[in-house]
Each structure stands twice: as C-alpha cells, then as structure tokens.
Ligand binder design. Structure first.
Ligand code: NAD
Length: 495
C-alpha cells in the first residue's frame, strides 16, 4: 500500500525541509533546528519544518519594521493595496485544492471542512480588501473654542508591526481572520502558526508574495510557543499582538506584552451553552446541537459543549443527538465521506479520553459513545454525558473534543444562571420557534456570539469575539479592522 506522500495528488510543497519565510525569502532557522509534522489520521510524518526561535523572530521583526518604515505597503494608494489583496484572494482560491489537502493532512479535518476554510479565508480577504478604501477619520466641532478657531480632525493610522499567533484547530481560518485586517490597515506582520500545524501558513505566505504583497510585509515563522511565541510577546519592536489559543497562554501573553504595552487582541477558549426548548423544531435542533459539538471533532473554540434541554424533551433530544453522533462517518479527512476526522495529536486524544474518564469517576453517566477507538490515527468516539452537575470537571473545563454534557431545565428564567455559570463567554445556541423566547434569552446570555436556530455562523461583516475569559476585543467586521488602527487627533489653529 502506498503512503499518503506517494499519492498522485500529494502536494509537491511537502518535499524538502520547509523553511521560514522572512523578508520574502525562504531561510533556515538560525539555530539550524527543525521539527516534524504528523498527519493525525495516519500518524505518518508528512513534513520537516524549520524551528524558529527568538533569533529568527528578531530577523522577522527587523524585516517587518523596515517594510513598515519604508512605506512599501502602508503608503501604497489604498486602491492598489486593495487590488493586491484581491489578487491574493484569487490565488488562494486557485490553489484551493492544494491548500485544503495540506490542511486536512496536517490538522485531520474533513476535506470539505478544509475547502470551506479556504473559501471563507478568500472571502474575508475580499471583504477587508473592500474596506481599505473606506478607512475614515472624522472632523469635530470643538466644545470650548469659537467656531473657526481650530480645525480638528482624526486620522486612522496602522498600528505598526503586529505579531499574529495562531492555534492548530483552524490554521487557515485563524490565519485569515488576523492577516486580512492587518494587511487592510497597512500593518507589517510576523505570523507564527502553531507548531502542530505550520504548513498552510507557510504556503499562504508564498501566495501573498506572488500576489504582490511586498517582501517583509508578511513574515511567517513557525516555532514553539515557548520559543518563537514568547519571543513575539516579549519583543519591543512589536506594537500589537493578536492571539488565538488557550486562555492560560492568553493570560501569559497579557503579562509578557506589558513590557512595551503592546495592544492585545485575544480569542481564547470557550464552554459554550446550547439551549433547546420544548417548542423547537426538533428536525433542526437535534442535528444542529449535534454538529455544534461534533464539527471539527469538537476542536472549535465556540463548540456547543454544554447542552440544556427543556425537561419534557430531554430524553428525546439527548437520545437523538447520540444517534446523530454515532451515525457520523469517522475516518481519514481525505476520504470524501468523512464527517468526523481524528483529533489533532496523540496528546489531544489522550486529553479528551482523560476527560471522559474523569466524567465517569465524578459520577456522570454516558448516554452514548465513550469507548476509546483502537488502531492507527488519533480518533475519539463522540460522547454524550447526562446526570451532570455544575461542579463536575467536564462541565467546567474546555475539553476541546466531541464531548457533550447535557442538563435538563424547566423555565426560560433558569437559563441565564445555568448558561452563564462559566468563566468563558464565547458562543451560545438557542433553538426555539418562539421569537420572544429567542430575543429575551439572546439578551441575557453572557457570550460574544449568539446563534438562534443555527450554530457556528461567522461572516466578515459580523464582529466575532468573547466575553469574560474568552477574550479581549473583536475580529472580523469594522471592529476587527479598527483593532489594527490607531486614532490620531490633529488640532490646527486657524488665524
Ligand atoms: P495554545 O494556547 O497552546 O497555542 C496557541 C498558539 O500560541 C500556538 O501557536 C502556540 O505555539 C502559541 N503559544 C503557546 N505558548 C505560548 C507562549 N508562552 N507565548 C506565546 N505563544 C505561545 O492553544 P492551542 O492548543 O494551539 O489551541 C487550542 C486553544 O485555542 C483552545 O483553548 C481553543 O478554545 C482556543 N481557540 C480559540 C479561538 C477563538 O477564536 N476564541 C479559536 C480557535 C482556538
């Protein structure tokens, strides 16, 4: 049997050591170190990647700073910057087969999911390309001076050099959610993808160059959190960090950024509630709640991992979700009919399996799933727990796998206390046919995103971000662009 790398469609990109992309050139790490990248469906090593650390981040920051100061990007006419971003989006789509193949081989996600990440990324680029020509300051009437005494206005200016640190669960999506507004604002970038999934970011860096993004504007430096990641957080030449990852690391970054008071945007973990009322359309609610926890094998920051079902429907909904989950085709994401790929690594599989054991030992009851999956690949059985209480570890902590905890409730007024009993506040789902229930509850759930009769919707036009310990600031939308801009007030005395 041939290995994946011998497949006729195996990307040529995987051949040879993948180097860092700094100042428009492929370069080895200064240390000469490399690390291996594994396909989680087969446990096969698929690439060897240069391991950036502090010395390489220094080089990347210098290149980014030089490009920023020279104005090769930020001082281009806005329409020209937009044109290059649109060309980048076209190239992303034209290379979509290769990108989605790399994403599936590296992260394990089903190919269809990877394709939609590529399409989504191209759309986000286009939306932000459209905003480049619509960056406005304001004029104001001074409250204290006579009319005509001063001319006052604000300017929006790019923040400078930005460090963009991304996780492994959605490498393409988290790349574009940060790179698109950063490019639109005119910033220069040092991007560090996760050490677990560095491949697509490196390829996207090449496509950006091909599209005409000048050398040094988008530098991609794979490496580990404690090496390249910490070096970005501590670097005095970086003006802003945008980070997606765990809440624990997010808190460390806040402290590390204090040195030069970097601006910080954080997209962190979640333990999102999904609420099903008796009056819900169960043909929508049951598969919707099932996929809210199963999509990307539960490795989604806003996964609907805490299910609340109105008591009369509890048994039916929980059994229905179990049935949907057990019916999902598990397998290698490269098989077109796979819905549930592996989790990303052996470490992640063991972590999820460990939580399932903890749930049992704390007295929760498994309604479906639970058993470990034998054989090659880091697969996990989607699992639903009932008989849980708010003090249980599996109810409080983010598992980041396909594990759902289900609790019954009686009235709408109970839900805010139940749903908001979490340090996190990222996503929330409501399934009901009563418009009053939907709006009343949407206002009382303490999360940055609420979906009614749907789940996981994202769009470039809508702000995305978390309340509480799920993050700081917003991505996507005009708010997401503003996070890469400084506002300058200009006062001009007229005589
Ligand atoms: P992680 O926090 O371990 O790593 C994320 C990134 O930070 C990686 O690139 C890693 O190398 C880097 N990093 C680790 N330690 C660092 C340090 N000390 N300094 C600087 N960088 C460091 O997270 P992960 O395991 O890759 O991803 C899973 C987590 O990400 C989950 O908690 C998930 O909820 C969260 N996430 C959040 C969102 C969101 O939008 N809110 C989206 C995706 C994932």
């Amino acid at each position: 049997m041939s290995t994946l790398l011998e497949r006729p469609d195996a990307p040529a990109f995987l051949a040879g050591t993948k180097l860092l992309l700094i100042d428009g050139k492929h370069v080895p790490a200064r240390s000469g170190k490399t690390f291996e990248v594994v396909n989680p469906a087969t446990e096969e090593v698929i690439a060897t990647v240069a391991e950036g650390d502090a010395a390489d981040i220094d080089l990347a920051v210098s290149a980014a700073r030089k490009s920023f100061e020279s104005g090769v990007w930020r001082s281009l006419p806005a329409s020209e910057r937009a044109r290059i971003m649109l060309r980048f989006a076209d190239l992303v789509e034209e290379n979509g087969d290769e990108l989605s193949l790399l994403e599936t081989m590296n992260n394990g996600m089903p190919r269809a999911f990877a394709r939609s990440s590529v399409a989504g990324g191209a759309n986000w680029l286009r939306w932000f390309a459209g905003s480049v020509t619509r960056i406005y300051g304001q004029t104001a009437s001074s409250a204290v001076s006579a009319p005509g005494e001063f001319h006052v206005y604000t300017r929006k200016e790019p923040i400078g050099v930005v460090g963009l640190i991304t996780p492994w669960n959605g490498p393409i999506g988290t790349f574009f959610i940060k790179v698109s507004p950063a490019l639109a604002a005119g910033c220069s970038i040092v991007q560090k993808p996760s050490e677990v999934t560095p491949l697509t970011a490196l390829r996207l860096g090449e496509l950006a160059l091909e599209a005409g993004v000048p050398a040094g504007v988008l530098n991609v430096v794979p490496g580990f959190g404690g090496g390249a990641g910490a070096a970005i957080a501590n670097h005095p030449g970086i003006n802003k960090i945008s980070f997606t990852g765990s809440t624990a690391v997010g808190k460390q970054l806040v402290q590390a950024s204090a040195g030069n008071l970097k601006r910080v945007t954080l997209e962190l973990g979640g333990k999102s509630p999904c609420v099903v009322f008796d009056d819900a359309d169960m043909d929508i609610a049951i598969p919707g709640a099932a996929m809210a926890i199963a999509a990307n094998t539960g490795q989604v920051c806003f996964a609907g991992s805490r299910l609340f079902v109105q008591r009369k429907s509890f048994d039916k909904v929980v059994a229905g979700i179990g049935q949907v989950l057990q019916g999902l085709k598990v397998g290698n994401g490269l098989d077109e009919d796979t819905i549930l790929g592996p989790v990303v690594s052996a470490k992640q599989r063991d972590r999820v399996q460990g939580y399932i054991q903890t749930g049992l030992s704390e007295g929760a009851e498994i309604v479906s799933g639970g058993a470990p999956v034998d054989g090659k690949g880091f697969f996990v059985n989607p699992t639903v727990f009932a008989n849980v209480n708010a003090n249980m570890t599996i109810v409080k902590e983010e598992i980041f796998g396909p594990v759902l905890v289900a609790t019954p409730f009686d009235t709408l007024d109970e839900i805010p206390a139940l749903a908001n009993a979490s340090n996190y506040g990222l996503g929330g789902g409501i399934y009901t046919t009563n418009i009053n229930t939907a709006h009343k509850l949407a206002a009382r759930i303490e999360t940055g995103n609420v979906w009614v009769n749907c789940y996981s919707m994202l769009d470039a036009s809508m702000p995305f971000g978390g309340y509480k310990e799920s993050g700081w600031g917003k991505e996507l939308s005009a708010d997401g662009l503003d996070a890469y801009l400084e506002t300058k007030s200009v006062w001009m005395k007229l005589s």
